[in-house]
Write a protein that binds this ligand. Sequence first.
Ligand code: SF4
Length: 370
Amino acid sequence: MVFRILRPDSVEVWKNQEILKRFPKYRGIIDGTQIARYLIARTIDCEYESNDSIENLEIILKAKSEEFNSLLKAEIEEIEHRITADQSYIHLAETLANKYLEKCIFCERQCEINRIDGDKGFCLISKDSYVSSAFLHMGEEPVLIPSGTIFFQGCNFGCVFCQNSDISQAWKNKKNLEDIAQKVNPKQLAGIANKLVDKGAININYVGGDPIPNIHTIVGSLNYQSSNICQLWNSNFFLTDKSLSLIIDFMDFWLPDFKYGNNECAKKYSGIENYFDIVARNHKRIHDEGSGEICIRHLVMPNHIECCSKPILDYVAKELPKAVMNIMGQYRPQYKAFNYEEINRRPTSQEMQEVRDYADKLGILWRPVS
Ligand code: SF4
């Protein structure tokens, strides 16, 4: 049995019965009364050959996902007694992820370049993953702190207002990534995660840039992590349906962004196509098929209440009733936002109030995490 220490502000939030009701497994993992999903997945035996075709591996992955979800219904005592498989569901997902790397389709940019051979797509990350920092983050939502946050270099978005451009963009001009970040393989990444747990993390929080270009390393690290710790995916969520299949059963908690309420604004400020359709699809899938324990982050942008904030809130209220929302007011013009007059200021208090009132009107739970 593991006991973790919650910070006083977290304790207050957990007194909210609605939060407890939305995040029961996550809280159970913190308290040691539930088992992290990746540990359960490690007990599922998989028969496959590493030279199997992608199509065959995908068929086996689907079958193993069904087996995993049946197993989740078993009593915890039964799960506790299962042993780790020599070749598990996680090994299978890692093998498939490395196959996808040969024609990268991790995110919906679908660059289809061979990252194993060293080619680079939009994110400019080859097969290697780079961690720029890893620490106990106290600035995340109260239910998440202290969060064992691991920042990866590189991003598949190109947001003109990026608040993290030193990690997501600026490094692109550097010749040598090793000068500013630590190259990690799955085993080394697990070592970083294990150290964060030893320091008191209540979750392992994969972020960036974005974690999507590093799915292969993150999934691989789950073979080496050793603690009953919540796995948390903190991302722009622009991943393909196939790559979501690689992680959907292993993540206990989801912290996805929901930035734009339509495709046009996304194209203008992040340079991506079909944003709303893709990100809404992915949110729906983790809500209905994944753990369903979700905190959606929405960064309110100036002059984007009608076109972005309200359509997102409408979608969440209708399609994602289990989700909690963090309605964020910390937008400020950074990076290249000064070139866009309409977003070259902070949101006003009236704009923030309008969004919050609208969320209240729709019955969205946002106050405890915003
Ligand atoms: S992760 Fe996305 S942006 Fe990066 S190479 Fe793959 S498909 Fe392209």
